[in-house]
Design a protein around this ligand. Structure first.
Ligand SMILES: [Mg+2]
Length: 309
């Protein structure tokens, strides 16, 4: 039960705490019935098994601000074989075209329209809202601009709360938000369900972490939370439609592989949606962990487990 769960301090987040927090939120996540997995040495070995690859950002392309070695040769090989590539990050602080600049600056062979985030899926659904006052979390984010939305910086005026990012968001901001939600309950749309992001020496708290804390501290029922990012369906739907439109094909979901470092977001989400899934174990959340035991305990089986590129 979330009510009784011991949420660690933001500075104490590590991979074990992250997995515990994902598990306490598991009842909200989509289900998957995969029970088998296969190990391969590297991603290069399984390129031919798929028509396209969707890569996660943190833990797959980069750790903190460092590009992971091997990403570029792998993507060049994928392109050479005429397979498709998308980058799907849960990071939603900025519009995807801005996020894309980071990857392009790193010389990753991808064009900006092939970088997507849950923010894109959310924007699409917000277009149907009528005259809504929105409070965007956190302080560093670029608000979503639509004619039917009014951005308010005063949470008291907001009809709707949208969680885009938490780089500049602390326990005082959290407490203010919680007090306001106790006064008046409101829906919260969460773009980024990630609990944490790996930075090499530490893990940063992400909107999934703060959302869990809001549920507990404001005693806010899960029905008030609407999730757009991995592992939830909206962003997978968005990327599948975009992939089909872009390539003018209707891909079999099984022939598209999501490459990720996190079982509860990338792998569970891909499995539940019908994509294949590839867990990368050398760099991100699962680095140095007892992968076989964890997979068995969590019952989240990637189609493939590979160390690196
Ligand atoms: Mg990741």
């Amino acid at each position: 039960m979330i009510k009784d769960f011991n949420i660690c301090e933001p500075t104490r987040i590590d991979s074990h705490e992250t997995i515990k927090m994902y598990e306490i939120m598991r009842f909200m996540m989509p289900n998957n019935d995969f029970t088998q997995t296969q190990k391969e040495n590297s991603l290069m070995d399984i390129i031919d098994n798929f028509d396209g690859f969707i890569l996660d950002g943190f833990g797959v392309i980069n750790i903190g601000n460092e590009l992971i070695k091997g990403v570029i040769p792998f993507l060049n090989e994928v392109k050479r074989k005429n397979k498709h590539i998308f980058i799907l990050t849960n990071g939603s602080t900025n519009p995807s075209v801005e996020t894309a600049k980071k990857y392009i600056n790193w010389k990753i062979p991808i064009s900006k329209e092939l970088v997507v985030s849950p923010r894109d899926a959310l924007q699409q659904s917000l277009e149907n809202f009528k005259d809504t006052k929105v409070f965007f979390i956190g302080k560093e984010v670029t608000p979503i601009k639509l004619n039917n939305l009014k951005v308010t910086n005063n949470i008291k005026d907001a009809d709707l709360i949208v969680f885009l990012g938490s780089r500049i968001w602390n326990i005082n901001d959290h407490d203010n938000l919680v007090n306001e939600l106790i006064r008046k309950k409101r829906n919260i749309f969460v773009c980024n369900p990630d609990i944490s992001a790996p930075h090499g020496k530490f893990f940063s708290p992400e909107p999934g972490y703060w959302s869990l804390k809001i549920m507990q501290d404001a005693n806010l029922n899960e029905k008030f939370f609407h999730w757009y990012g991995k592992p939830y369906h909206p962003v997978f739907n968005f990327v599948k439609n975009k992939l089909d439109n872009y390539s003018k094909k209707n891909f079999k979901k099984k022939n598209i592989a999501m490459i990720g470092d996190t079982l509860h977001t990338d792998i569970l989400g891909a499995n539940a949606y019908g994509f294949s899934s590839i867990l990368l174990t050398n760099y991100g959340l699962m680095k140095n962990m007892d992968i076989d035991r964890i997979i068995k305990n969590l019952k989240i089986y990637p189609s493939y487990i590979v160390g690196g590129y």
